[in-house]
Structure formats: C-alpha cells, structure tokens
Design a protein around this ligand. Structure first.
Ligand code: PEP
Ligand code: MG
Length: 747
C-alpha cells in the first residue's frame, strides 16, 4: 500500500480518536465527527444519515448542509444518491451528482450547489446502519485513497455507541418485540421443537477501533491468527476419528483460516490505523456485503466459513464471548443470520432447534444439523431482527416455519400438533417392521432417499427397505477439491456397510444446474437447469464419471451393486453411460478386482422425452427411477425453484398422471423395474395415487415412510383407481379433490 494512503487514513483516524476521547456525547459527538471529516478531507459537506426504520434514512448530522435539516430530512431506501448507497451497500462516487440516476434535490439542505458526491455505507457485520457522505462544490471524483479513508472512518463510526441512540430501533421496536411473529422459511431438517431463543454471535464489542501503534496491533493480529489456526487444527484432529463428513467440512474451513489474502487485507487495514479487531471486522463487513450478493452458492458458503472464522478471531482478540455458551438455556433454539460449521460443532447436539435468516440446504452447517437430526428452518427472513434472547420460539421444521413469542392460541395449537405427532410417531413405529401392504393385498416397496453417510442410520429407524436414491453429489459439494478415487470408494463402502445388506441405488454425479462444484470451472449458462448438467457433463468430460464408477465397483467388493444415471433424455445417452460402466468392469477384471455379484444399471427419467424413447430403451435398462422433481418442472415448464409457478401445477394433474401411467405401462410390458423418487413420493395422497396407477416402488425422505405406509395399509387401491378414473372421466383438472373427499370416509 502506498505510504500516502497510510498516512492519510492514519492522520484522519488519529484526529478521530482524539475527538472520540473528548467528553462530548450524543449529537455533539456526531457533529464533531462530521466537522472533522469535512476539514480533513477538504470537502464543504460531510453528513451522516442513519436508518430510522428498515426503509427510511434520516439526516442525523451535517457539516455544510443547513443545520435545520438535521433530523428533518428523510428519504426512503433507494431514493436519491444517499438511498441508493444504502440500498446497494456500495460506494457511490461521482463528480456530477445532479446528472446521476436517482439524484433527488432536497431544498431544505440547499444541496444543489454541490457537484461531487461520495457516499459510503456504514455497516456493521452486514447490518446496514446508514451512509456517510462527503460533497464538494468542485466537480471531482474522490480518489481511491480518499474513498479508502472514508471506508475506514465508516467502519469506526459503525462501532460508535452513539449510533445506537440514533439508529431508529428504540420504542417502535420494543413494542414490536412483544408480539407474536410467524416466520416463514424453508425446510432444511424436519422435526418440531419448542424452546427459548438463544442468539448466536453475542455482539463482540470493539472498544478500540483505532490503534495507537500499528506495530503492536500487527503483532496482536498475527498472534490471534496463529491461535485461530491452531484451534482449527485441533478441531480437525478431534473430528478425524468420528465422522468423515465433518472432516471434509473442517478441511475446507482450515484452508480459509490459512488464506494469505485475508491476512494481507487485515494487515493493510492495521497499517492504515485500525486496531487488530477493527481490521477483522472491517474485512468481515466488506466480505459480507460483497458476497451476500454473489449469485454463486459456493461463494456464499465460503462467506459463512469466513464469517465463522472472523467471529472466532474476534473472540480471541477481545477475550469476549469465551464463556458465552455458559448462559445457554437448556432448551436452546439457536437463532442466527447464518452459522458456520465450526460454530455448530461447538454448540454440539444439545440444541433443540435452529432457525437461520439465511442458510441453504447444501450448506455445511445444514449437513451437520441433519446428521444430528436437529430441526432446522432456513431463509427465515427477519428472524434475527425480531428475536430476542430468551423469547419462546416454536420450530416447525416439517413446514419450514417458526412461531416467535406465540400467543396462547398458537401455543396450544402447536402443542396439540406435537402431541398428535407423538401419537402418530407411535403408530408409525408400531408398523415399522410391517410391509406396506394395501387392503387389496398389493405390497408397495418403500425406500428412502439419502446423500450422506449421516443419513443412513435412518434406514433402520424409518422402516425403509433400502435406499432408492443415493445422491452422490452431496459428497462432492461439501469438499473443496475433487475427491480421489480411493477416498470415494472408501466412502461408498461405508454407505454399503451402513445399509447392512439393504439395496442402495447410487446415482452418479448430478452437478450443474444449481449444484456447482467449487473446483469446477463455472459455466455461465442462461438456463442452467436445462443446461450442461448431470449425465451431459459426465459424458462430455468422462474422467469423473469413470472414477466414480470404478469407486462404486470397488465399494461393492463382490456384493450386489445398483447404479443409475441422472437426467437421461434419450436412448443414446443411456447407451453411452452404460458403455462407460462396461469399460470400467473390463478394467476391474484386468486388474483382478472382485466384480459385483449382481449389477443393475438404471436411468433416471427426469424429462418427458425419455417416456417416449423407443421400446429397446425399456428393454436395455435394468431399472428406471422417475425423478419427479425435475420431471414435473419440464412437463409443466415451471421452474421447481420458483414458488410462484411451481405451485400452480399439481402432481395429481390428469395430464401428468396420464404420462406416468404410460411409463408404468411401458415398464410393465418390458418387465423393467420402476420406482418414483421425487419429493411427491413422500406425500401420502400423491403416494397413494401413484400406487393406484401401478407404481410399486416409492423412494422418499425417511420421515415420510411412516405416514405413507400408514395410509397405504388402510386402503384398497382398486377403489382409489376407480375414484381417479371417475374424476378423469368428469374432466377434472386434478384428481386431488376427488381422492381427498373419498379419503375422508376411509381412514
Ligand atoms: C428429482 O429430480 O426428482 C430427483 C430425485 O433428483 P434431484 O431432486 O436431486 O434433482
Ligand atoms: Mg433431478
């Protein structure tokens, strides 16, 4: 970093420290700060705008605009250049403000005289607090050095306790904090629980944002980072003996802890005048705002790892929060914006539930929560703003919702639901070892979907007969580098041995679409769900597919093996994929390895085209598994991730059912085993209708096996089929209504 920037920002920070050390408080202190910045930067105006509520910014201090405008001038988020800075959370730096898009003239501030504008967001750990603005008459863009200095100052401002008094939470918020709030998110791990909010990340207070001596601060920073690295190393040592999924995650995490660029950026901040902890926080804030906008899910996941590490480093540097876990209530439900894997491992299995503002189904923390079967709701917007430590919270992981501070009615209803669920669980447990045989004597094979070794214990508990779909990509997604064949085969043999002789249908890598491997070159496609994904990638770049097939053959170790290829759209793709399997077998033979005792090679039917494939496809394939999630999106041309369109089309729509019937018929004719493994297989009414159409194998989430079996055992499929046929003959769009009405009198 050039010497000049160091001295510029250091000088400014030095003055700021003096100002903060003075006796001034509240408004007077803010006034002094803006005065000081304007003088130091030689601008006519310096102003601080702070949020009154999430949508409104208020001018809270100014040097240069009219004093009467303070606490009077307000603007909405996104409005004017100030609002735009806050909304975009990025610096806006312009020499000709009035010509900028969105410029709003505010007569009360007399602003039209200022040509240059530089707005820097004031944020603390991803929370937007306001905007720091400098303006000058001369038409000039502020230099990169000046902007950097302003960013450093904004960081210090964010730490000032004064801001708390002005940022408009106060009374309105405390009134709101008494009320019941329903938080809607999405399901990451099923299960229900009741407990008390325990806020993750108790705020680490940085009391000394500005350093006296950069050399001392640099030494503190380096010592802190060394301590952090050795903590991560010992976590890794601890995990080695237990779970390989956790080891994977921590390896990725360690790489981040050793990142040279992270360290260099923090060192540069310290050289510019920040204290070690302020430097950590500055980088954390900037990374949060940059990466939270990143479309790339891998980058977002890395952000959470970085966040987790930064929090840990802050605790090391400040010595705060070390005993934070001591005050954790017994029935703690963890509430957080997001949580990193290391932190979750530290909380341990004692948590009753987790509600996250962000999060994702494939995140490292989700993997762990699932392994521990802790109910987890993700994407619960607003939860960190609404929840206070100790609040009662009800987590409904089955529906992806949480009730915060429930009133009596909600609480009673939830407890009734819990009691009903407990009774239902008892019923399901009592039929766990019985077959799913209907009243008409048809037995349906119920299997479970899995993706991690941690899922396999559910095989026994749920009563599933086998794993109808093992999604192999999850193992690839939680790593930071391509796994080696030996690792993969060790992993698959653990899956096989955990299944204790039950059949596991391994699906080869289904990447692309929303599943992007960190170590794969990103493929910028306009429509990834219909792009270069799954078997298309496998056939075009067969290295990974070959390695996977070989690993699977070795893992079978002379036992049976079932493998299926995802997203097969036409016969030739299946043949090409099968040829890879044949080649892999040949290689294994030459190497003298054990070959599987039986080998089934199947295809996933996820696009309508495969249903119309020539007869020979149905003859050649050993089994077909319908991937209903993808099939539905392509059948109805409705994105499965887009709630708005996804819900418009019912699985029990007669056109869709007619297509499924044709596939069943063709499989029956060619004697090809058929199963259905999309989410719908686990919904009792859908499962019932699929069975009535002739589907004999259904693969679903483990928790769905009990409810589906319970319903199937109580009905006669011929009667269900009759009800469906009548509805179709009547011209109903969906058979759901007719079946649901009929069910009322049956069960
Ligand atoms: C499906 O598409 O239904 C399926 C089971 O695969 P995934 O959900 O993994 O795409
Ligand atoms: Mg699919």
């Amino acid at each position: 970093m050039p010497e000049r920037i160091e001295t510029e920002s250091r000088k400014l920070l030095g003055r700021l420290r003096e100002a903060l050390a003075a006796d001034n408080e509240g408004q007077a202190r803010l006034d002094e700060v803006v005065e000081l910045i304007a003088t130091s930067m030689m601008t006519e105006v310096c102003s601080i705008y702070l949020f009154r509520d999430p949508e409104t910014l208020e001018l809270c201090a100014t040097k240069g605009l009219q004093a009467e405008a303070v606490h009077q001038t307000r603007m909405r988020l996104g409005e004017g250049l100030v609002g735009r800075t806050a909304k975009s959370r990025t610096v806006i730096n312009t020499a000709d403000a009035p010509a900028e898009k969105g410029f709003r003239y505010m007569p009360e501030t007399g602003e039209e005289r200022y040509s240059s504008f530089c707005g820097v967001p004031i944020q603390r750990l991803g929370d937007s607090l306001g905007v720091l603005v400098v303006q000058s008459k001369a038409a000039r863009e502020f230099t990169a050095d000046e902007v950097y200095a302003l960013e450093i100052v904004a960081m210090v401002l964010a730490e000032m306790t004064e801001l708390g008094a002005f940022v408009g939470e106060g009374a309105a918020l405390s009134a709101r904090h008494q009320q019941h709030v329903l938080l809607r998110g999405s399901v990451a791990q099923e299960g229900t629980s009741e407990g008390k909010v325990y806020l993750h990340e108790p705020r680490v207070v940085v009391t000394n944002p500005i350093s006296d001596d950069p050399d001392i601060e640099l030494a503190r920073l380096r010592d802190g980072v060394n301590e952090l690295r050795s903590t991560v190393d010992s976590m890794l040592l601890g995990a080695h003996s237990t779970d390989s999924d956790q080891t994977e995650i921590l390896e990725a995490y360690r790489m981040f802890a050793n990142s040279g660029s992270w360290m260099r950026r923090m060192e540069a901040d310290v050289i510019s005048g920040l204290s070690a902890e302020a430097a950590v926080e500055k980088e954390q804030s900037l990374a949060r705002s940059r990466l939270s906008k990143a479309g790339d899910s891998y980058m977002r996941e890395r952000l959470h790892d970085l966040d987790d590490l930064s929090n840990r480093l802050l605790r090391i540097l400040t010595g705060q929060g070390a005993d934070a876990r001591n005050d954790m209530p017994e029935n703690a439900i963890l509430v957080a914006r997001n949580i990193g894997p290391g932190e979750l491992l530290e909380y341990g299995k004692t948590l009753k539930g987790i509600v996250l503002e962000e999060g994702s189904v494939g995140s490292h923390a989700t993997v762990i929560a699932r392994a521990w079967a802790i109910p987890l709701v993700i994407n619960a917007k607003g939860v960190t703003r609404e929840a206070l430590n100790g609040d009662t919270i009800l987590v409904d992981g089955d529906q992806g919702i949480a009730h915060l501070r429930p009133d009596e009615t909600v609480h009673t209803a939830f407890r009734d639901k819990l009691a009903m669920q407990t009774r239902a669980q008892e019923r399901y447990a009592s039929i766990r070892d019985l077959p799913a045989t209907t009243k008409c004597g048809t037995t349906i094979s119920l299997q479970m979907n899995a993706g991690l070794i941690a899922d396999l214990p559910s095989l026994e508990g749920s009563g599933a007969e086998g794993v109808g779909l093992f999604r192999t990509e999850l193992q690839f997604l939680v790593r930071n580098k391509m796994p080696r064949r030996a690792e993969l085969s060790a992993l698959y043999s653990r899956v096989v041995s955990s299944a204790k002789g039950k059949r596991v249908a391994f699906r080869t890598l289904d990447i692309g679409s929303d599943k992007v491997l960190p170590y794969m070159k990103p493929n910028d496609e306009p429509n990834p769900a219909m792009g270069w994904r799954a078997i298309r990638v496998g056939l075009d770049k067969p290295g990974v597919l070959r390695m996977q097939l070989q690993a699977l053959l070795r893992a079978a170790d002379g036992g049976p093996l079932a493998v299926m290829f995802p997203f097969i759209t036409q016969l030739e793709e299946f043949r090409a994929a099968k040829a890879e399997m044949d080649k892999a077998i040949e290689r294994e033979k030459i190497l003298g390895h054990n070959l599987p005792s039986t080998l089934e090679v199947g295809a996933m039917l996820e696009t309508p085209s495969l249903g119309f494939a020539p007869d020979v496809f149905f003859d050649e394939v050993d089994f077909i598994s319908i991937g209903g999630n993808d099939l539905k999106q392509f059948f109805f041309a409705a994105d499965r991730e887009n709630e708005r369109v996804r819900k418009r089309y019912d699985t029990l729509n007669v056109s869709f059912l007619s297509f499924i019937s044709q596939v069943i018929e063709r499989c029956n004719k060619s004697n090809t085993a058929l199963s259905f493994c999309g989410e719908d297989a686990g919904r009792p009414v859908e499962a019932l209708c699929l069975a009535a159409l002739g589907m004999r194998t259904l693969s679903m989430r483990p928790a769905s096996v009990g409810p589906v079996k319970h319903l199937l055992r109580r009905v006669d499929l011929n009667e269900v089929k009759q009800v469906m046929d009548d509805a179709i003959a009547r011209g109903d769009q969906s058979v759901r209504r007719a079946v649901a009405d009929w069910l009322v009198y049956q069960v």
